[in-house]
Design a protein around this ligand. Structure first.
Ligand code: ADP
Length: 314
């Protein structure tokens, strides 16, 4: 099984012609639905065939009720710490060209505690894979990764969002680190003093990318490169069944409608595949996650557009 530790948000989305300037009042087409990287990834892991548990913090409000209903509808085991704060929210403006501005109200997500993680030591210890992101307090994520490590559970850290206050100690606890280009550049800048533009990452040659990955982690690093695909870098002594320490996989060509949540789809699917066949070579898991994430872009939305497709189907 996969345990996801992370955030749940109620997303409020306004689609407008142009993003509002300071002082402006404009009209937009409104929609609302579930979000938060943790929840999105739990849904992806579940729909990719894994038994999935989602450890999060929720307010005692309509958002908390929504989380419980949606988790139940997807067959996700929800393990929620009750918070006095409101359930997490995100206000999202999207313009006619698909660009967005986002404000996150962390709310209850900011109160997910290390004590609550410790109370779920058995749940974490019985999983095959623990998957976390950085939309929850750093010390809580550190505790979750640490508990998994102690129990011999494979740890995955999606180092998102890029502006999160991550620490180098967190990176060491991840068997598999999965930044996108922006997060990769941010981690390099913050932790190893490497200045790199996110837009330049995909164009680097394999040896250079591999060397940069090695500076960040002694374990496996998977950099997602959007429409370009994925780059994988292993430690020479821990190839996870692969024959090469680094390689690229091209993105699948699909009719893209909305790439929101593609990274979440990738992470959830990678975790599900690793839990499904831990002994398979790593490249098989990455190929599956790459296919799953591509499929997720064919429909609008994040959690709601996660496809139902398992490693056994491909
Ligand atoms: P994020 O959503 O975090 O920005 P990426 O944009 O890197 O993450 O996308 C994650 C993964 O989703 C990619 O590595 C790829 O597998 C898949 N993906 C993203 N965009 C596309 C696309 N346009 N076509 C096909 N696959 C895509």
């Amino acid at each position: 099984s996969v345990v996801v530790a992370g955030s749940f948000n109620v997303d409020h989305v306004w689609r407008c012609d142009a993003l509002p300037a300071p002082g402006a009042t404009i009209a937009g087409r409104y929609s609302t639905g579930p979000g938060g990287k943790g929840f999105n990834q739990a849904v992806a892991a579940r729909r990719a065939g894994a038994e999935a548990s989602f450890v999060c913090a929720l307010g005692e409000d309509a958002g908390g009720t929504l989380a419980r209903q949606l988790a139940a509808a997807d067959g996700i085991v929800l393990v929620a710490e009750a918070s006095n704060e409101p359930t997490g929210t995100a206000g999202i403006y999207v313009d006619g060209r698909g660009r967005n501005s986002i404000v996150i109200g962390a709310g209850a997500n900011a109160s997910l505690s290390t004590e609550f993680m410790a109370a779920n030591t058995a749940l974490i210890g019985n999983a095959k894979v623990l998957l976390a992101q950085l939309e929850s307090p750093v010390e809580t994520i550190e505790a979750a990764l640490g508990l998994a490590r102690e129990a011999g559970v494979l740890t995955m850290l999606n180092a998102a969002p890029a502006n999160a206050p991550s620490t180098i100690s967190l990176l060491k606890l991840a068997d598999v680190l999965t930044p996108n280009e922006t997060e990769f550049a941010a981690l390099l800048g913050r932790h190893v003093g490497e200045r790199l533009e996110a837009d330049d990452v995909a164009a680097l040659d394999g040896a250079s990318l591999h060397a940069l990955c090695r500076k960040l982690s002694g374990n496996t690093v998977v950099v997602t490169l959007g429409a370009v695909g994925v780059f994988v870098s292993h430690d020479e002594d821990k190839l996870r069944g692969d024959s090469q320490p680094y390689y690229r996989i091209a993105a699948e060509s699909v009719q893209v409608v909305d790439t929101t949540g593609a990274g979440d789809a990738f992470n959830g699917a990678l975790a599900a595949s690793l839990a499904y066949a831990p002994e398979a070579s790593f490249i098989k898991h990455v190929r599956f996650a790459n296919q799953y994430a591509a499929r997720s872009t064919e429909q609008e939305g994040a959690a709601v557009s996660m496809p139902r497709m398992t490693p056994a189907d491909v």
